[in-house]
Design a binder for this molecule. Structure first.
Ligand SMILES: NC(=O)c1ccc[n+]([C@@H]2O[C@H](COP(=O)([O-])OP(=O)(O)OC[C@H]3O[C@@H](n4cnc5c(N)ncnc54)[C@H](O)[C@@H]3O)[C@@H](O)[C@H]2O)c1
Length: 419
């Protein structure tokens, strides 16, 4: 294939995509953040998605990384991997998507293809992005240029399910474009592709993957609250129920990150814009968003049971990233536990050697502890392998501690409470 691919946005999604495509195509990885591009050109990927030898090889071959916009003019396929967060009112924030579409539009030529990978709501590509591309380029959609949508499904921190081993959904604005988009991804995705009939179907498929996971976890979280009232262990109940072939075994926990805790709002937004207010999806979000407070209240009760004086006591929370073995702190729910415990007058430290301390300070106003002491409450919030390997014994206070295990990762004998 003679396509020359420009990938716009070199984050968790864009960088692995650029290095894979560079095995087959001439690729430009463009990011408006010149600091990020400079680091990558020095073989440093702070997202830890692509290791330095892989990056070095790609840069020796067909990959160029740049923050110079005018380099985009030499390419014919543009792939957007910019962020799609929600704003403070939990509405889709399309600022990055609109901005990148304006940039692409400036360089768009007749016959070019624009593929969006960023997570959006059904209809977003054709209703929000295409008008910007048309205005910025002066070209006509589906006559002069074409669009595709292929949602990203990578799972940072997961060494098994990687970009090339996860089947990729593809779509296009015309049947020929869909074939073209599909053929491009077929070149790199070992697991193959799944072509759908329209861009809207592809967009919707991505939204429901994460909304379904959010809801499944919210159901188990609600059960964890009910079983806590009853006084039985949620994990034991789940293990028992899972002996039936059709029981879905989800674990209770905090739901953060920029995907599962965000994407349902895209679907909610679309539904509301069409006059339907979803009840189930919103209820699930509500349950999951309140788990931090619930966990803090459990820790307080456990302290009282052990006659530890709450006010003025010390606590350590292990982990602040949104999930284990990954350094991404976006939309972490751990600060909810931190603030709730502080409101009880507890001195709380957070320790996470995987997270960037400057990012944590900038995003949450929290100074990560460099070297933990001993504590009266020990909360394993994110079970990174390094925590499990080291154990928690060295953190126990000589006069007694409460240990709370959010993800049931420790031996039950070691803990006082878990979700
Ligand atoms: N991270 C994941 O695990 C994951 C998984 C599936 C889908 N997604 C989706 O993929 C998209 C990207 O997510 P991410 O985690 O890679 O984001 P990210 O924040 O890690 O990276 C985005 C990059 O885009 C750059 N950028 C922003 N605006 C730009 C512009 N106008 N032009 C060029 N570059 C620009 C930023 O500087 C940043 O480096 C989002 O829609 C996200 O929901 C992410």
């Amino acid at each position: 294939m003679n396509d020359k691919i420009a990938i716009l946005g070199l984050g968790y999604v864009g960088l692995p995509l650029a290095t894979e495509f560079a095995k087959k195509f001439k690729v430009l990885g463009y990011d408006c953040d010149s600091k990020r591009v400079n680091e990558l050109n020095l073989l440093v990927d702070k997202t830890k998605q692509v290791d330095s030898s892989k990056l070095k090889n790609a840069l020796k071959n067909k990959l160029v990384l740049s923050s110079s916009e005018d380099m985009l003019k030499d390419f014919n396929v543009y792939i957007s991997t910019v962020p799609t967060p929600v704003d403070s009112k939990k509405k889709p924030d399309l600022t990055y998507l609109i901005s990148v579409s304006k940039t692409i539009g400036k360089y768009l030529k007749k016959g070019d293809l624009v593929i969006y990978e960023s997570t959006v709501f059904p209809g977003c590509t054709e209703e929000e992005c295409v008008p910007v591309l048309e205005k910025s380029s002066g070209l006509t959609f589906n006559k002069d240029f074409f669009c595709g949508y292929s949602p990203e499904r990578i799972n940072p921190g997961d060494q098994v399910n990687t970009l090339v081993s996860i089947k990729k959904v593809t779509s296009g604005s015309t049947p020929e474009t869909a074939n073209h988009v599909d053929a491009i991804y077929e070149e790199i995705i070992k697991a193959g592709t799944h072509k759908v009939s329209s861009i809207k179907v592809a967009e919707a498929s991505k939204s429901i993957e994460n909304a379904q996971r959010d809801l499944n976890i919210s159901f188990i979280n609600e059960l964890a609250i009910i079983f806590d009232h009853i006084g039985i262990d949620t994990n034991e109940v789940i293990e028992a129920a899972a002996t039936k072939w059709n029981f879905l075994k989800f674990k209770p926990g905090l739901v953060g990150g920029h995907c599962i805790s965000v994407d349902p709002y895209f679907l909610i937004h679309k539904a509301k814009s069409l006059g339907y207010s979803p009840e189930v999806i919103l209820a699930g979000r509500n349950v999951n968003d309140n788990m931090g407070k619930f966990i803090a209240s459990k820790i307080i009760n456990l302290m009282k049971n052990k006659s530890i004086i709450v006010k003025g006591s010390t606590a350590i929370i292990l982990g602040i990233t949104y999930k284990e073995n990954c350094n991404d702190i976006r939309n972490s729910k751990v600060p909810d536990i931190y603030h709730a415990l502080k409101r009880y007058g507890i001195e709380v430290d957070i320790y996470d050697p995987l997270a960037d301390k400057n990012d944590v300070q900038k995003n949450y106003g929290i100074n990560l502890k460099f070297k933990p002491n001993t504590y009266q409450s020990i909360i394993l919030a994110v079970p990174h392998n390094i925590f499990l390997e080291r154990g928690i014994r060295h953190l126990r206070h000589p006069e007694g501690s409460v240990v709370y295990d959010v993800k049931s990762a420790l031996d039950l004998k070691e803990v006082d409470g878990r979700l």
